[in-house]
Write a protein that binds this ligand. Sequence first.
Ligand code: AMP
Length: 400
Amino acid sequence: MKILVLNAGSSSLKYQLFDMEKETILAKGLCERIGTGGAVTHKPTGKDPVSEEIALPDHGAALERVLALLTDATHGVVASIEEIDAVGHRVAHGGEELKESARITASTIAYLESIIPINPLHGPPAIAGIKACLALMPSVPQVAVFDTSFYSEIEDFRYVYPIPYEFYEQDRVRRYGFHGTSHRFVSAELAKALGKPIEELKIVTCHLGNGSSITAVDGGKAIDTSMGFTPQEGICMGTRSGTIDPTVVTYLMKKHGYSAQEMEDILNKKSGFLGVSGISNDTRDVDAAAKAGNYRAELSLKILANGIKKHIGAYAAEMNGLDALVFTAGIGENQANIREKVCENMKFLGIEIDVDKNNNFTRGVPFDITKEGARVATWIIPTNEEYMIAIDTQRLTQGN
Ligand code: AMP
C-alpha cells in the first residue's frame, strides 16, 4: 500500500510518500512560498533530488506540482497517481468533536471550517490542502490525523481554564493540546524499545523543537500536556513565550498601546529563546553564545531546562509515579547539554542519566541514556509524525 502524507502550512506543503509493506519512504519534499512565489525541493529515494523555482499561486498548484514530480519519468517514484492508495493529512486542530483520526467527508470539512475562529493560523491551509487533494485525486480515500486527538480523553479539570465557565461553553476556550501525533508515536516506540506493554507504563514525553510540549502518558493515554488553547502555552520555545502571568499581557498593552495583534506577535514571534537571548530562536546558536559567556543566552537555556524539569515533576505527581522519560524533536534528539541540565538533581524521582551515553548517543534511532541501576528509563526517541499519520491512514482505509 502506498500512502501520501501531506502537511500543509500557511505558505508551505510538506509531503512524504510511503511504501507501507516495505516500510520505506519512496520520496519526500517541500513546497515553499506558496502564494508569494514558489519553490519545490523534491527528494526521490535512490534518485537525484530536484530543486526548482516555480510559480505556486495556491496549495492546489503546489499539490499539482508534487503529483507531477512523483510520477515524472526521471524524478518520479510511481508510474501513475493510481498507484497512490490513500492520502493522510496532518491537521493541527480537531476541536472537541474530532477525537480520533478520521476519514475525510463533507461533514469533516464543514466541522474544520466551523472551528477556524479557534484555529485561525493552521485551519485554513489544512483545509486548502484537503480540498486541493479532493479535486486532484477524487477517488483516493483521504484521512485526517489531528495533533489534538491524543488529548481527547484528558479530564475536564485539566482542560477547563479557571475563568468564567461561559467562555468554555460559548467560545470553546479550553486546553486542547498539540503535537499529539509525535507524543503518541514516541510513547509507543518507547514501550516497544523497553519490550513492555504501554498499558503498564507511566511516561513523560518531551517534544522539544522550535515549538515544544511535554505530555504525561499513563497506560498509553495522554492525561495532561503543556500546550493549551493554542501551541503558545507551556514551556519557553524558539520564539514563543510559553506560559506567563496573563496580567503581563494587559499591562504591556496598556503601557505601550499595543494592539491585540502586536501583542500576539510579541508573544509568538519575538519571545522564547530569541526574546530572552536576543540572539536566535535556534538553540544551537544560543548554546554557542552561552558557551562564549553570553549571560542572556545562558539564561534562556536555564529557563528552558527549568520549565521542562517542573513539568516532569508535576506529571510524575499527577500520574502517581514515573517509569520512563523520553526526549524527542530537534532539541530533544540533538542537544545533549539540555537533556543533562533537565535530568540533573532528579535522582529523588528515579531519573539518572549516563552522562557518557548522553554525550555519545547515536542519532536517528531510539537510544537508551539511562544510568545503570536508575529506576526511570530515559531514552532519546526520534519522532516521526509522518509515519504515524501513514499508519493511521492505512488502518482507516485498508480494504477500500
Ligand atoms: P524541530 O522543530 O523539531 O525541527 O526542531 C528544530 C530546533 O531544534 C532548532 O530550531 C534548534 O533549536 C534545535 N536543534 C538543536 N540541535 C539541532 C540539530 N542538530 N538539528 C536540528 N535542530 C536542532
